[in-house]
Design a protein around this ligand. Structure first.
Ligand SMILES: [Zn+2]
Length: 540
C-alpha cells in the first residue's frame, strides 16, 4: 500500500514505508513476505508520529503532538503484529524527529548501518526522521503469556526479513540492539526493572490493568521513566469493563489533550444481542482487517463471538464488539446452584477429596469435600458437629488455626481422603505439615492465583453445575450458597476470568473452595486414583 500522504506534519509516511520495507509477516502462509499495513494501522502510525508545527531539531517526545497513544480494537484485529512492527521501528528505524526537510533530502538506510537499499526522499516541508541512539524498549503486559504473544511475533518479524542484518540474534528472553540498546518483556513481577530509562513502552491489554492487579502502578512507573528519557508509550486494548477502573479507562476518560485516542466504535443503537446487528458491529470495528483485503474471516469472528456470548455476553461484546460493557456480574446463576442441592449423608469411611482455602484475618477459611460420584458437602467436625467454615469475625478477628488443624485431622481419620488441594498463601507451614503427616501425594498445594489453571477449574465446576445431564450435586450448605451468589467474574487475558468478590464484605471463599474441591475430584477421576471404598471401609 502507498503510504497515505497527509497534509499533517508527521513521520507517518516515512515510518509506514520503513516498516513495510523492513518488517515481514511473522507467521502463517505468507510468513517472510513484507508486512503491509492496513489503512487503519497506517493512520494510527501516522497520528502517533504527528509533530507539533513548532517542533525543532533536538526535541524528543516534546516534538510530537501526543505524549502517548491509546489504540482500541477488537481481538485478532492485528494489534500484536502492529505493536511488534512499531517495536522494530522504535528499535532501529526513524522514530525520532530530525528537523524539517527543505526538499530533496533522503533517508538512506546505509547511513544507519542497514544494507537493505531502502531510501526515502522527503518532500519540501516534510518531517525528517532518525533512529534513537540507544533505544530501550519494554514490551509490557499483565502476564508473561501476553507479552509472549507480541514477542513471539517480533522475533520472526526480524529473523525472516532484512532486519536480521541489523539485529543478527533475537534471544529467547530479550533482544540486543546495536549500540547497547535492547528490547525486553516485562510484567508486574519485574518491579525493579520497570520503567528504567525506557524510550518506548508498548503496554498491552490495558483494559486489564487495574489497581488490584498492581498494573496501575506499573503504568505510572513507566510513564515516569519515559518522561525522563523523552520516550513515549502506546497502549492497546479492546473494549473494557467500566467497573474495573482500568488504565484503558482512565486514559480514555482523561482530559489531557496530548493523548491520542484511536477507538473504533459501532453506533450505540446497534444491539450486540441481535445477530444481524452484531454482524454489522463486527464489520465496522474490524474494518479493513476483514477479508478479502485483510486476514479476518467475518464468519469465523461471528462463530467465536457467538460461542463466547453463550457463556459471557458482556465479555464477547468487549472482546469482539470492541465496546465498553459492564461485567456480566454473577459467575453462576444462584438458582441453578440451588437446584443441585440434595439431602444425603456421606458415611464415615467413604472415599472423598477435599478442597481448602485458608485465610487469616479478613476472608473466611473453608474446607469442602466431594465424593467420587460428585456429591459436594461441607463436612462437620468436633463434638458440636460444626461445619468446616470459619469466619474470623467470630473468633476475635483471627481464624482459629488449631481448630482448623483439628478438623483436618478428624477428616483424614474419618474418611478415606484420596486428595486434598490447598491454596497456600497464609497457610504454607500448615499445608507442609499436613503433607508430611498424610502424604505429599494426597495433600497438594494448588495456587488459586494462577489465572490459566484457576480459570479452567472454575469453568469445570460451572459446566458441571449447569450442563443438561449434570451429575454434580451438593448439600445445600447455606454459606456456600451465599458465596456462590457473591462470586463475580473478573476478566483476565485471553478470554479468561478469575473469581472476585463484589465488595470487601461479600465473601466468596467457600465458593473458591468448592472450585478447588471439584478440581481435585476431577483430577483424581482423570488419573484413575479413586481407591476402592471397600478397602478403606470404616468398621464401626
Ligand atoms: Zn534498511
Amino acid at each position: 500500500m502507498a503510504p497515505p500522504r497527509l497534509v499533517r506534519r508527521s513521520l507517518g509516511p516515512l515510518n509506514v514505508a520503513w516498516i513495510e520495507a523492513h518488517c515481514v509477516i511473522p507467521d502463517g502462509f505468507d510468513n517472510g513476505q513484507p508486512f503491509l499495513l492496513y489503512d487503519e494501522q497506517a493512520l494510527f502510525i501516522d497520528a502517533h508520529y504527528e509533530l507539533k508545527p513548532t517542533a525543532t531539531l533536538g526535541q524528543l517526545a516534546t516534538a510530537f503532538r501526543y505524549r502517548r497513544s491509546l489504540l482500541v480494537r477488537p481481538q485478532k484485529w492485528g494489534k500484536g503484529p502492529l505493536t511488534a512492527a512499531q517495536v522494530c521501528l522504535e528499535g532501529v528505524g526513524p522514530a525520532l524527529f530530525a528537523g524539517w526537510a527543505s526538499g530533496g533530502e533522503v533517508y538512506d538506510c546505509r547511513d544507519h548501518g542497514c544494507g537493505c537499499g531502502f531510501e526515502y526522499e522527503y518532500e519540501p516541508g516534510e518531517a525528517m526522521g532518525r533512529p534513537w541512539a540507544t533505544p530501550l524498549i519494554q514490551i509490557t503486559a499483565f502476564s508473561e503469556e501476553q507479552t509472549g504473544n507480541i514477542y513471539d511475533a517480533l522475533r520472526p518479524m526480524i529473523d525472516k526479513g532484512p532486519l536480521t542484518e541489523l539485529i543478527p540474534k533475537t534471544g529467547e528472553e530479550f533482544i540486543r540492539l546495536p549500540h547497547g540498546g535492547r528490547i525486553d518483556t516485562v510484567t508486574s513481577s519485574a518491579q525493579s526493572r520497570l520503567g528504567q530509562r525506557v524510550t518506548f513502552v508498548p503496554q498491552d491489554e490495558v483494559g486489564l490493568w487495574t489497581e488490584t492487579s498492581r498494573m496501575t502502578k506499573v503504568a505510572d512507573t513507566q510513564y515516569r521513566g519515559l518522561a525522563g528519557m523523552g520516550g513515549r508509550a502506546v497502549l492497546t486494548t479492546n473494549g473494557w469493563d467500566p467497573s474495573e477502573a482500568s488504565v484503558a479507562q482512565s486514559t480514555y476518560e482523561s482530559t489531557a489533550e496530548d493523548i491520542l485516542r484511536d477507538f473504533k466504535q459501532a453506533p450505540a443503537t446497534l444491539s450486540y444481542r441481535n445477530k444481524v446487528e452484531r454482524r454489522r458491529i463486527h464489520r465496522i470495528v474490524y474494518g479493513d482487517s476483514l477479508k478479502p483485503k485483510g486476514h479476518i474471516d467475518l464468519d469465523g469472528i461471528e462463530a467465536e463471538a457467538a460461542d463466547l456470548a453463550e457463556r459471557d455476553p458482556a465479555q464477547a461484546e468487549r472482546f469482539f464488539g470492541n465496546r465498553i460493557v459492564y461485567g456480566a456480574g454473577a459467575w453462576l446463576d444462584g438458582d441453578k446452584w440451588d437446584l443441585r442441592a440434595r439431602v444425603r449423608q456421606v458415611p464415615y469411611g467413604s472415599t472423598i477429596v477435599l478442597g481448602f482455602d485458608g485465610s487469616d484475618s479478613d476472608d473466611w477459611t473453608a474446607i469442602r469435600a466431594e465424593t467420587q460420584d460428585g456429591f459436594q458437602f461441607t463436612p462437620r467436625f468436633g463434638p458440636d458437629r460444626q461445619p468446616t467454615i470459619w469466619d474470623p469475625a467470630k473468633f476475635s478477628g483471627q481464624v482459629p488455626r488449631l481448630e482448623v488443624d483439628a478438623a483436618v485431622d478428624e477428616l483424614f481419620n474419618r474418611y478415606a481422603v484420596a486428595r486434598m488441594y490447598c491454596d497456600p498463601p497464609d497457610w504454607k507451614s500448615e499445608i507442609d505439615e499436613w503433607a508430611a503427616k498424610y502424604g505429599d501425594k494426597r495433600v497438594l498445594r494448588w495456587e488459586t492465583y494462577r489465572t490459566v489453571q484457576m480459570h479452567a477449574a472454575t469453568q469445570r465446576l460451572h459446566t458441571d453445575v449447569t450442563k443438561q445431564d449434570a451429575t454434580f450435586t451438593h448439600d445445600g450448605c447455606p454459606t456456600t450458597g451465599i458465596h456462590v451468589r457473591n462470586a463475580r467474574k473478573s476478566p483476565r487475558p485471553n478470554q479468561r476470568y478469575v473469581l472476585a468478590k463484589p465488595t470487601q464484605t461479600q465473601k466468596i471463599d467457600a465458593c473458591v473452595t468448592s472450585v478447588l474441591c471439584h478440581e481435585a475430584a476431577g483430577d483424581v477421576t482423570a488419573a484413575n486414583l479413586w481407591p476402592s471404598t471397600v478397602a478403606y471401609a470404616y468398621s464401626a
